[in-house]
Design a protein. Structure first.
Length: 101
């Protein structure tokens, strides 16, 4: 087998990163749409959510979104590059989903 054929075969079988899009999930859309109004209503009533609850909602709405931070990665084999969004879990970046090609 030639080196070129071997490289093509390897490239096809290597897994690749598929970016998750949390903003497209129903839960995310419901929270994004209704959370600001809920906070406003609570404030009008002279009440507020505990800080840690607000922090969880705020972090959730930023989690996995490229506009809130990302790292650029590059495959050492094919030199294809991509972006991986930071995670709200504070462990670096959002979990990468790898699927075989």
């Amino acid at each position: 087998m030639s080196a070129l054929a071997l490289r093509k075969e390897s490239a096809i079988s290597l897994p690749h990163y598929v970016r998750q899009k949390p903003e497209q999930t129903l839960l995310y859309q419901i929270i994004e749409q209704h959370y600001p109004a809920f906070i406003s209503l609570m404030e009008q009533q002279g009440r507020s959510l505990p800080f840690y609850v607000r922090q969880e909602f705020d972090d959730y709405l930023k989690c996995g979104r490229l506009e809130h931070g990302f790292i650029r990665v590059q495959c050492t084999g094919c030199h294809k590059d991509g972006l991986i969004a930071f995670s709200c879990k504070r462990r670096g970046y959002a979990q990468a989903v790898v699927r075989g090609g």
